[in-house]
Ligand binder design. Structure first.
Ligand SMILES: Nc1nc2c(ncn2[C@@H]2O[C@H](COP(=O)(O)OP(=O)(O)OP(=O)(O)O)[C@@H](O)[C@H]2O)c(=O)[nH]1
Ligand SMILES: [Mg+2]
Length: 253
């Protein structure tokens, strides 16, 4: 049983990718897939999850009952999730699925910065054979090299935080221009971005320049797949990278 956490900033396409990749795994791979919505504040989901946390924790109800604002309610919901983690976990065990896709909360920081995310990963590691994550980068947010570098930096930060392999994935590839300047090969892109940063002569540029040098050493994946969750494109490449994450051979090509 391979568990995949779908992580990323608000609106990057986590839920749409959960829907599309689950469908692809079922139809193309004949895999048994179990989808989980872990966002207690989700108003609308583009798919029907097999397990929905809102059945036991609904952020809007928490807000009403405790007189909290939207963020306060989400924080409280995460505390409640920590207490009731065994419930979704028992469903995962019983599902006997090949792949478990966990669609995480839109407010990424509320999930990541709290103990809940660490507890979840620890428990998933004890009940499933492999746990990894995707960090979804919104193609609409990488118009310039520093923005792209910053997103890659965040994906490493998430990897550090969760102590789990995380692969960055660019979603909404349908929004990328045809003459896109990135190669989506980290080695090539890092070198190019660093060259550009070096010429900016700003403290920010210099910092990022140095950080990128380190980043090259720690990036778990070299190739960044580009997908369009809405069009269902790029899923073969995505799947290959997800399988590679399982490989313990250390080959990052
Ligand atoms: N153009 C384009 N839009 C997309 C793609 N994937 C998702 N979207 C759109 O991006 C918006 C957000 O998609 P969601 O799947 O809800 O994103 P999310 O990360 O789950 O959002 P939150 O959970 O609210 O943080 C929706 O309007 C989607 O239709 C894509 O591949 N291409
Ligand atoms: Mg979502």
């Amino acid at each position: 049983m391979y568990t995949l956490l779908i992580l990323g900033p608000a609106g990057s396409g986590k839920s749409t990718l959960t829907r599309t990749y689950a469908r692809w795994l079922r139809t193309e791979m004949g895999a048994r897939v179990y989808t989980i919505n872990l966002d207690p504040a989700a108003e609308y989901l583009p798919y029907k999850p097999d397990y929905d946390i809102r059945k036991i924790i609904d952020a809007r109800r928490v807000a009403r009952e405790l007189g909290l604002g939207p963020n306060g309610a989400l924080v409280k919901s995460m505390e409640l999730l920590s207490e009731r983690l065994e419930e979704p976990l028992s469903h995962i065990v019983n599902s006997e699925a090949d792949y478990v896709l966990i669609d995480t909360p839109g407010q990424m920081e509320v999930f990541l910065f709290r103990e809940t995310s660490i507890q979840l990963v620890d428990r998933l590691n004890s009940i499933t054979s492999h746990v990894a994550g995707l960090y979804i980068i919104d193609a609409g947010l990488i118009a310039n090299p520093t923005d792209y570098a910053f997103q890659l930096l965040l994906s490493i930060a998430v990897q550090l935080r969760l102590n789990t392999d995380i692969a960055p994935v660019v979603n909404k590839a349908d929004l990328l221009l045809k003459d896109e300047e990135y190669t989506f090969d980290l080695w090539g892109d890092f070198s190019r971005i660093r060259r550009q940063l070096k010429n900016t002569h700003s403290l920010y540029g210099e910092m990022l320049y140095d950080i990128l040098r380190q980043l090259r050493l720690y990036a778990r994946r070299v190739l960044v797949p580009r997908v369009s969750a809405i069009r269902g494109e790029g899923l073969d490449d995505l799947h290959r990278i997800i399988l590679d994450l399982q490989c313990q051979c250390g080959d990052l090509s």
